[in-house]
Design a protein around this ligand. Structure first.
Ligand SMILES: Cc1cc2nc3c(=O)[nH]c(=O)nc-3n(C[C@H](O)[C@H](O)[C@H](O)COP(=O)(O)OP(=O)(O)OC[C@H]3O[C@@H](n4cnc5c(N)ncnc54)[C@H](O)[C@@H]3O)c2cc1C
Length: 432
């Protein structure tokens, strides 16, 4: 069955016509459907899903979410599930919500598959998007909290609650044109970026270096290896990593499996080696243990150096921002930019970001209600999967020592991604 642009569906029908996954966002953008069918509210005389310890104060809350990434979107959906009449404004300098966990797949799929325009979220959820980058500093947070408003581009935005979910900045260095980093993939797909560089390169040594053997670097490395194979480009790949094994933040089984796969793809591995720069067609390196510096030919280098967190916000066990040991009652934080002082996971993963975003949203509602009884954050990640190209992956499930690989690992990743795609359409299937 085919859907025509402009057709109207309720959510279950839309799901039957096109299950979540690649292309689902495009499908939803082309058809129209009604928010009232998705998010029935008290104002329509219908019930909303039950939220323990929450009795609405019957005030139409004004909420600002700074940052429309995983945490911000999870909070948006949760807020509107339980209070459909809330007025939610997302402040984010980007024009799209980016499904970053898929970015390495842009060697195979169009970048648009992983972008959800904020205008689409506005139509879908009835929220508002303001394109601006907030300066997030303790002094300003305190001022916004005391004033109950902020000024953005000469407009006064009032709020009852503010959620800071601005993620963590990506580590960047001054770089030459034949050096790429994660930011470059935000606006151009991997295939396009590489095609243009491969055509322009005139180096005698056809070698590409990937720097960083963490989860992001490894996912890009394997996609790139398969892309070069498909293109029959005749390039050789090398991985530079500062530690003695790849994926060193994960159990040893991850490294053993991944390094064996790198061997099959004939990828050279420089362990315990630090990146010091790129000059023309040479990559400058340093041995971590001896301090010895050396250079190697490298026509193109891709840097995946991780994230910096100079501005992590401290939060109490309920997600309220803490400044000088005092919680700001009406300002919450979630996602990579936050450190909760609780037993829950502060890992910089989409899973933790979604759970923190949902918890912060529930606590905002409870705080606005009659009881003001808030829920503490105890979420532990249930697993983590690193993809190794189009047909392979390695990960852990339930317990960190429980390493899975191949098809089972890929299936776990697909399920997790599908669950998030459902959330983006307003359907919350997260039980833990
Ligand atoms: C390539 C890659 C693959 C990954 N794969 C996985 C995976 O498989 N599984 C997993 O669990 N995790 C994965 N991660 C990690 C995961 O993507 C992050 O943990 C997650 O995106 C964090 O969500 P967040 O909402 O905190 O921040 P983000 O998703 O980074 O969103 C932050 C948002 O805030 C906006 N913003 C930034 N600064 C400001 C400001 N000053 N004012 C207003 N808005 C601002 C940004 O534009 C952005 O929209 C991956 C990361 C990368 C880079």
């Amino acid at each position: 069955m085919y859907a025509a642009a402009g057709d109207c569906y309720d959510r279950p029908s839309a799901l039957l016509l096109h299950p979540p996954g690649r292309g689902y966002e495009k499908f939803l953008a082309e058809v129209t459907y009604f928010r009232v069918l998705e998010l029935p509210g008290l104002h329509e005389g219908k019930t909303v899903p039950f939220l323990p310890f929450y009795i609405s104060g019957h005030k139409r809350l004004k909420i600002i979410i700074a940052g429309g990434g995983y945490a911000g979107v999870a909070a948006l959906v949760t807020l509107l599930r339980h209070m459909p009449e809330a007025s939610v404004t997302i402040v984010d300098p980007a024009i799209h919500h980016i499904k970053i966990t898929h970015l390495h797949e842009t060697f195979r799929y169009p970048l648009e598959d992983f972008l959800v325009p904020f205008s689409t979220l506005e139509n879908r959820f009835g929220c508002r998007h303001v394109g601006a980058e907030l300066r997030i500093e303790e002094g300003l947070l305190q001022q916004w909290h005391d004033d109950g408003f902020m000024t953005v581009d000469d407009e006064i935005l009032e709020f009852d609650y503010l959620l800071i979910a601005s993620g963590a900045p990506i580590e960047q260095m001054v770089k030459s044109p034949n050096v790429l980093d994660l930011k470059d993939f935000f606006s151009t797909p991997g295939s396009g970026l590489l095609e243009s560089r491969l055509d322009a390169v005139d180096a005698k040594d056809r070698i590409i270096s990937v720097v960083g053997g963490g989860a992001t670097g490894i996912q890009f490395l394997f996609e790139l290896a398969h892309f070069l194979q498909r293109r029959q480009a005749g390039y050789k790949l090398r991985l530079i990593h500062g530690e003695d094994r790849v994926l060193n933040h994960f159990p040893a089984g991850f490294s053993t499996y991944t390094q064996a796969r790198m061997g099959h793809l004939d990828i050279d591995f420089y362990a315990s080696t630090r990146f010091r720069g790129q000059e023309a067609d040479e990559i400058m390196l340093e041995n971590r243990d001896t301090g010895k510096r050396f250079s190697l030919p490298s026509a193109i280098s891709l840097l995946f150096l991780g994230k910096t967190l100079p501005t992590a916000l401290s939060a109490n066990v309920f997600g309220q921002v803490v400044i000088q040991q005092q919680p700001l009652q009406n300002i919450f934080t979630a996602g990579d930019c936050s450190i909760y002082h609780s037993f829950g996971s502060n890992s910089m993963t989409a899973q933790s970001a979604v759970r923190k975003g949902m918890l912060a949203a529930r606590n905002i509602l409870r705080h606005s209600g009659t009881f003001k009884l808030l829920e503490p954050y105890f979420h532990r990640d249930l697993g983590y999967v690193v993809s190794l190209g189009p047909a392979d992956a390695v990960g852990w499930l339930a317990l960190e020592g429980n390493v899975v690989n191949g098809i089972p690992a890929m299936m776990i990743k697909e399920i997790v991604e599908a669950q998030y795609d459902l959330l983006l359409t307003g359907i919350d299937t997260y039980v833990l």
